[in-house]
Write a protein that binds this ligand. Sequence first.
Ligand SMILES: [Zn+2]
Length: 276
Amino acid sequence: MNRRRFLSVVPAGLLAAAMGSDITPREAQAAAEQTPNAQPIPVTNDERIAELIAANHILADLGVLDGFGHVSVRSATNSKHYFMARSVASAAVAQADILEFDEDSKPVDARSHELYGERFIHGEIYRLRPDVQSVVHSHTAAVLPFGLTEVPLKALIHTAFFLGTEPAPVFDMRKAVGPENHMLVVDTTSGAALARILGDRSVVLMRGHGMAVAAPSIRDAVFRAIYTRENAEVEMEALKLGNPVFMSQFEVTRFDRATRQWNEWVAEAEARRSGR
Ligand SMILES: [Zn+2]
């Protein structure tokens, strides 16, 4: 592969990491704008936290997050840190619930709050993937069969182009921790093992547990979490009828921006809350 081809296929963040430098928020924004599918990335923490609260509400309202799932965003001012809610149901997340975590997923100031035990999923993906600005972890039931069998989860519907043409990787806690595990990613060791299985992909399935979604923006993370579930649901139905026709390499690399959906999801989430 020549240098030009290499630069065109390697994500900007991974390239920066490979060159030994951290990517800044503005560089991430510039890189995202060069990526045809990318969503805008806020450059201030206030904007990122506002989107994080909206993301919690959208994913809860659409049933992607239940009382156990969570979403996070990387800090705009310290690329080793990230923001995530305290341990609270996503549907109810408010400004006062948002905490900052360091590179080892320790809270900068926990303010006596209880924390999500599985925050290490987020911290270790951010550590390994400088290009990732937002992570979602959910227990979406629709994806579980694909982490439990040999049937691969692959891009089948155009909105799930990011799944790509190769099977979504599967993280098995038994291989990371051994047979005596509790199925949960509650430390840096198991979080790092999960991040390694994710590699440079967008989605990693977690056997008997759920999935983790990585994205270059919070809007992309929400979009990917929602449409990974939809792809899994459609694939399961299609498998009952016959052999699904998966998307081709050409098809998964051609998809337009989806900002309109983000704006609609935010408006719907706000309307539901103002009506309560
Ligand atoms: Zn979990």
